[in-house]
Design a binder for this molecule. Structure first.
Ligand SMILES: CC(C)(COP(=O)(O)OP(=O)(O)OC[C@H]1O[C@@H](n2cnc3c(N)ncnc32)[C@H](O)[C@@H]1OP(=O)(O)O)[C@@H](O)C(=O)NCCC(=O)NCCS
Length: 155
């Protein structure tokens, strides 16, 4: 059995300045563009934990709290909330920074479930367990287990 891995070992942040081609005519960045970056960051985070390729099987509770505007710097922060059998829940928080003023807004949150796959594309059996390091890590892990139970009840 592999040693448990701390949350901090796989925490990932992608930083990207938003371009006009990614926005509508009003200058607001498309939600799909933000979600794609979330998927990219969540997959990187999950791969860092599993050291395997991963597939997204579920995205939940996507909330767009405020618009993102062209020219703003987007930070997509991801960390593992819980590691189950072959799957992981990755928490995503997106912040937008107005570069001219330094103002930072929380714009988007979501949860991604990613499955670690072996070389034949099957779910792995040796996913490392998660080592929580802080009270926040423990709360997120507990809440991820509750979300998993709720999702399973409706599947
Ligand atoms: C990833 C994949 C190979 C797994 O195959 P599968 O037959 O679902 O495998 P299993 O039923 O054994 O499930 C594997 C794990 O995924 C989890 N899982 C599968 N579907 C899920 C869903 N919709 N929501 C949450 N978890 C899910 C299972 O709970 C299990 O987790 P665990 O091992 O931690 O308990 C298959 O689901 C797949 O290819 N999905 C499409 C992935 C994809 O293309 N993603 C891009 C989206 S466009």
């Amino acid at each position: 059995m592999t040693d448990p891995k701390p949350v901090s070992a796989s925490a990932t942040s992608i930083v990207r300045r938003m371009k006009p081609a990614e926005a509508n005519v009003a200058g607001n960045v498309h939600g799909g563009v933000v979600l794609q970056l979330c998927d990219e960051s969540a997959a990187t985070c999950a791969m860092r934990h599993a050291r395997r390729r991963v597939a997204t099987v579920r995205i939940s509770e996507v909330t767009f709290r405020t618009p993102v505007n062209v020219g703003e710097l987007l930070s997509i922060k991801t960390s593992i909330n819980a590691a189950f059998g072959s799957s992981m829940e990755v928490g995503v928080r997106v912040e937008a920074e107005v570069l001219e003023t330094g103002e930072v807004r929380h714009t988007t949150s979501a949860y991604f479930v990613m499955v670690a796959l072996d070389d034949d594309g099957r779910p792995v059996r040796d996913l490392p367990r998660l080592a929580t390091e802080t009270a926040d890590d423990e709360r997120r892990e507990r809440e991820a287990h509750e979300r998993r139970e709720r999702a399973r009840a409706t599947r």
